[in-house]
Design a protein around this ligand. Sequence first.
Ligand code: GTP
Ligand code: MG
Length: 369
Amino acid sequence: TEFVTVSELASMMDVQSTQVISACMSLGIFASINQRLDAETISIVASEFGFEVEFVSAEVQDAIPTVEDKEEDLKDRPPIITVMGHVDHGKTSLLDYIRNATVVDGEAGGITQHIGAYSVTREDGKKLTFLDTPGHEAFTAMRARGAQVTDVAIIIVAADDDVMPQTKEAISHAQAAGVPMVFAINKIDKPGANPDRIREQLSQMNILVEDWGGKYQAQEISAKKGLNIDELLEKVILEADLLELKANPNKNAVGTVVESSLDKGKGYITNMLVEAGTLRIGDVILAGRHSGRVRAMHNEHGKELKEAGPSTPVSILGINGAPSAGDKFHVMDDEREARSIATKREQLYREQGLRTQKHLTLEEIGRRL
Ligand code: GTP
Ligand code: MG
């Protein structure tokens, strides 16, 4: 069984990928940055850096029954999109522009809450869900837990700057996760912008964009002026359509926690993304080391929801603690069982925390819902 890639292992230990590569090399293993490593190699390499690795199986950790979906139960679902890129290259500007440009009339008056993800509906009725967390966390924290949340990544690069270290990192995360990328060459309104320099630098990384005869879609945009954003989204939709994304809406909801916080008056607020099934008021939820019952549910416009289907971001009340970003949530039939699993996980977590600080817990990855 293979667990994580060289670059993921490096980021978990906070060392350079090249250091992991040379540690592998000293074992006679010639690994590339995106290569997955087996358990034995991971243990030996990690110990060189002073880490003790514990391997847990995502399945046997606690038994939450998952039923294989029947083909006929699967329905189309909106794609989940993450914008990633170097500092100041325009991630927030792009997300803000998309959100503001597509706010539906009825919701325009409402106060938009930041819930870490939002959903937009295009004129043709197509829905898109954007994950609005710093792209890196979405990939490292969430992926390290075996949750691959994003369907398509927009890699944004400022045309008045260069392909930067975090751009490269974003690309390698997306590649490692097998997530298709669309390149947004941003800030083309700026006098010093030179989009061809970005295409050139990408080509040096073996990323050849379409207008240079390659396979990667790219779009020149200005996030600030709102230039060519529709064209960018068309390209994202094209990638998403190829994936034929589907989920079964008619089962207990499962998904991922995006962020959580404690509000003095309301209690714990948990923002999450429903990935499959339908979440309803009153549902019993197990989320990471916490559990509870959905008391209230809102969308990003503060609108009350009674139910939420696949690819819907929601903000809920009712969980008895603050799960971490990237934790999976499951709706369970039995409240006592949910509580008991949560308690067990909390105990395990504490024991692990005490044993050693330099401790990596790896789950098998690549398993989708
Ligand atoms: P971090 O969250 O700090 O990593 O940055 P970011 O990637 O979210 O970038 P942000 O959207 O905050 O943009 C950084 C700066 O660039 C801001 O001052 C924006 O106004 C500016 N900016 C973003 N997009 C454009 C653009 O298309 N044209 C111009 N001229 N400026 C832009
Ligand atoms: Mg930002």
